[in-house]
Write a protein that binds this ligand. Structure first.
Ligand SMILES: [Fe+2]
Ligand SMILES: [Fe+2]
Length: 295
C-alpha cells in the first residue's frame, strides 16, 4: 500500500491549513484507475425519512465499502451537520473514520455556520480556507463557505487564490468543489440563496479558465432530476445532493466518479444507497482537455 503523499500533493489556500482530521495513509493508488466518491448534505443531527443524517451516512459508507472498496478518496461537499455543533461533527467523524476509506476531503457548507462562525468545523475538520489537491494531471480545488448565511460567500482573497490556482494548473484537468453551485447552471442556481458569491467575479474567473467539472450540493428540496446536471461552455456542473433524505429528496444519493488512465473523459455515476443501485439515466460522461495520467 502506498502512502497518500506518494501520489497526491496538497496545497493550502489563502492561509495555512487547519488540522486535517483524517489519517494520512490512503487506499492503494492505482496508476490505471481512480475512483472518487462525492457526497453532500448529510445534515447530521436532522431526521427525515426515519433516520438521522448520520445514520444515512453510515448506511452509505457500508454500501460503498461493500461494492467499491477501491475508492481512492471521498469528498464531502458541506452541510455535514444540521446545527454545526461539536456533537454532530463528531458523529460524522466517527462514521467517516470507521468507513474503511482512509482519505477524505471536505468543504464547509452554510449549516456548518449554524453554531456561529463554523468554529467546530475549523477545530475538528479543517480550515475553511480554500485548498487544492493534485493527483497526476488531475487537480481538485476545494472551496468552503467562508461566511455565515444561506448563500455561499468566498472572501476576495480566496477569489484571488482561485484565479491564480486555476492559472497555475493550466494544462491539467481541473475539478472545483464547493457547497453552493455556480449561478445559472444547475437547478435553482438562478436564486441568490442557491449560488456561490460573488457570482460576477466567479463567472469571470470561470470564463478565462478551463474547468472540466464543478461539483456542488446545497440545493435539495425535491427528488433528483436531470436539472441537477448542466453543461455550460466546456464545463460540466453536477449537484450531488443529498446523502440524507432532507428535505423531501426521498432517498439517499451520491456520486461515484471513475477516472481511467489515458481516457479523455470522467464517468460520473449516480448512486442510490437505499436500493444499492445506480441510476443510469443520470450517468454523465465529462469530456476532458487532456488524457488522464496518474503516477
Ligand atoms: Fe443542505
Ligand atoms: Fe446548504
Amino acid at each position: 500500500m502506498k502512502n497518500r503523499r506518494d501520489f497526491i500533493k496538497m496545497t493550502a489556500g489563502a492561509a495555512a491549513l487547519g488540522a486535517l482530521g483524517t489519517p494520512q495513509a490512503s487506499a492503494a493508488a492505482d496508476s490505471k484507475l481512480r475512483k472518487a466518491w462525492v457526497l453532500s448534505d448529510l445534515h447530521c443531527g436532522y431526521t427525515e425519512g426515519g433516520k438521522d443524517g448520520s445514520e444515512w451516512f453510515e448506511l452509505a459508507c457500508k454500501d460503498m465499502k461493500q461494492d467499491y472498496a477501491d475508492i481512492a478518496y471521498a469528498i464531502t461537499l458541506g452541510d455535514i451537520t444540521h446545527g454545526g455543533n461539536e456533537t454532530q461533527l463528531k458523529n460524522y467523524i466517527k462514521t467517516r473514520d470507521a468507513s474503511g476509506f482512509l482519505t477524505w476531503y471536505e468543504v464547509a457548507g452554510n449549516h456548518e455556520y449554524h453554531d456561529g462562525k463554523a468554529d467546530s468545523y475549523k477545530q475538528l475538520i479543517r480550515s475553511t480556507n480554500p485548498y487544492s489537491v493534485v493527483d497526476g494531471n488531475l487537480v481538485w480545488i476545494f472551496l468552503s463557505d467562508e461566511m455565515p448565511g444561506v448563500q455561499g460567500d468566498l472572501k476576495p482573497e480566496s477569489c484571488d487564490w482561485l484565479e491564480n490556482e486555476l492559472l497555475k494548473h493550466k494544462g491539467k484537468n481541473l475539478i472545483v468543489c464547493s457547497h453552493q453551485g455556480v449561478k445559472n447552471t444547475t437547478l435553482n442556481t438562478h436564486r441568490g440563496d442557491r449560488h456561490i458569491h460573488p457570482a460576477d467575479r466567479i463567472s469571470a474567473i470561470i470564463a478565462k479558465s478551463n474547468i472540466a467539472l464543478w461539483m456542488s450540493g446545497h440545493e435539495h428540496q425535491s427528488p433528483y432530476t436531470a436539472k441537477h446536471i448542466a453543461r455550460v461552455e466546456n464545463t460540466t456542473y453536477i449537484n450531488v445532493a443529498s446523502l440524507s433524505h432532507a428535505y423531501k429528496t426521498g432517498s439517499s444519493q451520491s456520486c461515484l466518479l471513475e477516472f481511467v488512465s489515458g481516457a479523455r473523459e470522467i464517468i460520473a455515476r449516480r448512486r442510490t444507497h437505499d436500493t444499492r443501485t445506480f441510476m443510469p439515466e443520470f450517468e454523465v460522461k465529462i469530456p476532458l482537455s487532456y488524457p488522464l495520467a496518474f503516477e
